[in-house]
Ligand binder design. Structure first.
Ligand code: PLP
Length: 407
């Protein structure tokens, strides 16, 4: 009889958002008149911008004619898009990244989850707590988690707490892990790290031979001058860091799917024989074997983001969400909540009222104000007592929700 990957059975069965959905469903059924405002899941609400829509239509037409039809494309993405990413997202900002270091994919969730394929299961990983759950769960699936402890941590993973006490800034690890995941602007806390903090992490990784997996899915939300949008703005990062990016939150691609991962050529890891091996060809090999490329149509849509119209229209959308976040921050603080995030991020992280647990606060907001958020404890034990609200709803609903809270 065949056997399964036992690691999957170690994972708790309920995914955070399924539990949230189940509680909303139960509440709606018993309160059919409640007008619930959802500020929980991090999906966008604004449509794709006109420049992207035009490009998507044109790409659909390309597929209708013999001489412009595109079937399988390059697994790592079309050159027409990779060249624009390298130029606009990096070189124009003084960052040295080549087209052959960019791997276009169907999104950052897949890439942050799949990157473990090219890394030994013996590596010890470190994550912030709270954390985007995909990093932890995919490592548990690969056997890097150990077992689940009563406190909600995995035995083999090092957690770097981010709480009010340390200003939500993680301290350097105590046990020299091999791989460190950082996500900035952060999901779920909405905080950012400045250049000095990121430099400290890059230096730590260089000194200790660690790989830094840097998730920059929310880089477009950075507005504070001097806050890096890419880890490669930090000297020496090319030798230690992989960067993940997404068109989901920056351009509304959550439904049509597109992202990319940067694997610099200098980045090397040890093989079993003690040789230093480049990760760029390993990731290329992984992608060409297991992935058949993002769709031509989607990549043409993303290409339009790099035109002047695409740039201004997508910035306008991000500004809209940041405007929501400003309304939320102001209202929440006015209502007496202690919160962080929301200035360079679509997320606001607040302390649950009156010492409530995260889930108690979830039920309280739903029942009293008909507002849905995400319990902080779902992102890790250090998130207990906190709550995440997102700025992705409409302005109208955001204002309505905040007015309810203020009253
Ligand atoms: N990384 C972080 C930190 C996220 O919050 C999300 C989505 O919420 C993703 C990655 C997933 O991005 P994508 O839609 O590109 O898969």
């Amino acid at each position: 009889m065949f056997t399964i990957n036992d690691n999957f059975t170690l994972l708790p069965s309920s995914y955070l958002f399924s539990e949230v959905a189940a509680r909303i469903k139960a509440y709606s059924e018993s309160h059919p008149d409640a007008e619930i405002i959802r500020m929980g899941i991090g999906d966008v609400t604004r449509p794709l911008c006109p420049a992207v829509i035009d490009a998507l239509h044109k790409a659909v037409d390309d597929e209708s004619a013999m001489d412009t039809f595109h079937g399988y494309g390059p697994e790592q993405g079309y050159e027409f898009l990779a060249s624009k990413i390298a130029a606009h997202d990096y070189r124009d900002r003084g960052i040295d990244i080549g087209e052959d270091e960019i791997f276009i994919s169907d999104g950052a969730k897949s890439d942050t989850g799949n990157i473990g394929d090219i890394l030994s299961t013996a590596n010890r990983i470190a994550v912030t707590d709270p954390v985007y759950p995909v990093y932890v769960d995919t490592n548990v699936m690969a056997g890097r988690g150990g077992h689940l402890l009563p406190d909600g941590h995995w035995s083999k993973i090092e957690y770097l707490p981010c709480t009010q006490e340390n200003g939500f800034v993680p301290d350097l690890p105590a046990t020299a892990p091999d791989i460190i995941y950082l996500c900035y602007p952060n999901n779920p806390t909405g905080t950012v790290l400045d250049r000095a903090a990121l430099t400290m992490w890059v230096e730590y990784c260089r000194k200790n031979g660690c790989l830094l997996l840097f998730d920059a899915a929310y880089e477009a939300f950075v507005r504070t001058p001097g806050i890096p949008r890419s880890i490669y703005e930090i000297d020496g990062a090319r030798e230690v860091a992989i960067e993940f990016r997404s068109f989901s939150k920056t351009a509304g691609f959550t439904g049509i799917r597109l992202g990319y991962t940067v694997v610099p050529k200098e980045l090397k890891g040890l093989d079993n024989n003690g040789n230093m091996v480049r990760l760029n060809p390993l990731w290329r090999r992984r992608q060409t074997t297991k992935f058949n490329g993002a769709s031509y149509i989607t990549q043409r849509g993303a290409e339009a983001l790099y035109t002047p119209d695409g740039q201004s229209q997508s910035r306008e959308t991000v500004d809209y969400y940041l405007g929501n976040a400003a309304v939320m921050l102001d209202g929440l603080r006015h209502a007496g909540y202690s919160c962080v995030g929301g200035t360079d991020s679509p997320y606001i992280w607040l302390k649950a009222a009156d010492g409530m647990s995260s889930w108690e606060f979830f039920d309280h907001l739903l029942d009293r104000y008909h507002i849905v958020g995400t319990p902080g404890s779902g992102f890790g034990p250090a998130g207990e007592g906190y709550f995440r609200l997102t700025a992705f709803n409409t302005r109208e609903n955001t204002i309505k929700a905040i007015e309810r809270l203020k009253s």
